[in-house]
Design a binder for this molecule. Structure first.
Ligand code: S3P
Length: 440
């Protein structure tokens, strides 16, 4: 599906967007951890996007009863306990979701049965050595397609069952929540101590949810230790609220900064400290953002975000902030096109192995629309303030590139064709409904 934007009278907004969907990372974890618990769990504001639906389908394939109500945005998992999953005689399918394939592989490594897991053509190009290596150190046996230079492994992954998972101390080579979570989930299948050392802190939703479900996790600075007997038990019969996804909200937060005379409010958005750095960075760039009604549900923090038209100034992004804003960098690049001065990002090589090579995709989008960008191996530099012109670009099948291009077209108010937008359904199925409401 292609998106066509026609230049129109300048859009001015004063609105509250109540339909930013639930957080994708937390939605995946709610199914995964809920399925492995000994009892029932209910969640609301669940993200019914393609990625999360694939995770639901996988656990159903593994024998878990999961009830969903799309209208109400709720799910209920009837947990089967750590050892209650059933073998599945077909290949488990994660679609476009790197989070699903990496996290679920950690669980499959601890089962008594063999499994095979794969995804779409983009997933078949995503590097898996990053999980195969640590899981193998825990005695897991995982085979995939080796690259010609043998430096990496790609799905489909064949995961052998019946291997006794053992403990280890592992230093993550990259700050990746997916890798950390794969190890933490495999750690549920041993009584040995498992220690993970993070090179830099990254999103901690798995740790928060495992702790909430009763796992002994000790976290100090960059070390996470799991010890003691493993059991997952939801401590409450109350439905757990999944905050709205800050990564999805970021598209409209940036739009709110860029449109003249506008004010956008986004209620109950996730404010977990490992995810909300994008707000700090935009504020440092002079964005007029206010946060109110901050609260927590024992698991995650959330609150209301209001953003008003702002004159942005570009800054140098600190490398230690990169893991905290990894998913917001494409839309930050759009903000930078309108900022004064240069925005420079380095130390972000991970962007090369996301749903697309996001550095190349950002360079393509910025150049197509008339912005100035220099590409680095591990980042880019954008000089803001160029007059943007009509453009056509291709999302490369990457949802966050597609949505960033749409935001660029609306903010610059130029004619634009964004090709290949169906991928937005992987994370934000209501994106175009919101865009339509805002731009009419
Ligand atoms: C995610 C972790 C991040 C992020 C992805 C979701 C998660 O990936 O980019 O969108 O839910 O754990 P990495 O672990 O590869 O950094």
């Amino acid at each position: 599906m292609d998106f066509i934007y026609k230049k129109r009278n300048p859009v001015v907004l004063n609105t509250t967007i109540t339909d930013i969907p639930g957080d994708k990372s937390i939605s995946h974890r709610s199914i995964i951890i809920g399925s492995l618990a000994n009892n029932k769990s209910s969640f609301h504001n669940f993200l019914f996007s393609e990625d999360c639906i694939n995770t639901i389908n996988i656990f159903r394939d593994l024998g878990v009863k999961i009830e969903t109500n799309l209208e109400a945005g709720t799910i209920q998992t009837q947990g089967v306990g750590l050892y209650g999953l059933r073998p599945c005689n077909k290949t488990l399918y994660t679609g476009n979701s790197g989070t699903s394939i990496r996290l679920i592989s950690g669980i499959l490594a601890g089962q008594k049965f063999d499994s095979e897991i794969t995804g779409d053509s983009s997933i078949e190009k995503r590097p898996m050595k990053r999980i195969v290596e640590p899981l193998s150190l825990m005695n897991a046996e995982i085979y995939g397609n080796e690259s010609l230079d043998q430096k990496n492994i790609f799905p489909p992954l064949h995961i052998k069952g019946n291997n006794l998972i053992k403990g280890m101390t592992y230093t993550l080579p990259v700050a990746s929540a997916q890798v950390k979570s794969a190890v933490l989930l495999a750690a549920l299948y041993t009584r040995d101590d498992v220690n993970i050392i993070e090179p830099a802190k990254c999103r901690d939703h798995t740790e928060l949810m495992l702790k909430y479900f009763g796992v002994n996790l000790f976290i100090s600075n960059n070390k996470i230790s799991c010890s003691g007997p493993r059991q997952l038990q939801n401590p409450s019969t109350k439905s757990i609220y999944i905050p709205s996804d800050i990564s999805s909200a970021a598209f409209f937060i940036v739009l709110g900064c860029l449109l003249p005379d506008s004010r956008i409010c986004i209620p109950k958005a996730g404010l977990n400290k490992t995810r909300s750095r994008i707000l700090d960075i935009l504020i440092e760039m002079n964005a007029r953002i206010t946060i109110s009604n901050v609260c927590s549900n024992d698991l995650e923090m959330y609150g209301d975000i209001a953003v008003e038209s702002s004159s942005l100034k570009n800054i140098r992004i600190r490398e230690e902030d990169i893991p905290f804003i990894i998913d917001e960098i494409p839309v930050l690049a759009i903000a930078a096109l309108f900022g004064k001065g240069k925005l420079k990002i380095t130390g972000a090589k991970e962007l090369r192995v996301k749903e697309s090579d996001r550095i190349a995709s950002i360079v393509h989008l910025v150049s197509a629309s008339g912005g100035k960008i220099i590409e680095y191996e591990d980042g880019f530099e954008i000089e803001g303030g160029s007059e943007l012109h009509d453009f056509e670009c291709n999302s490369s099948g990457d949802h966050r590139i597609a949505m960033s291009a749409v935001i660029a077209a609306i903010a610059a108010n130029v004619n634009a064709v964004v090709k290949n937008c169906s991928c937005i359904n992987t994370s934000f199925p209501d994106f175009f409904d919101i865009v339509k409401k805002l731009t009419i």
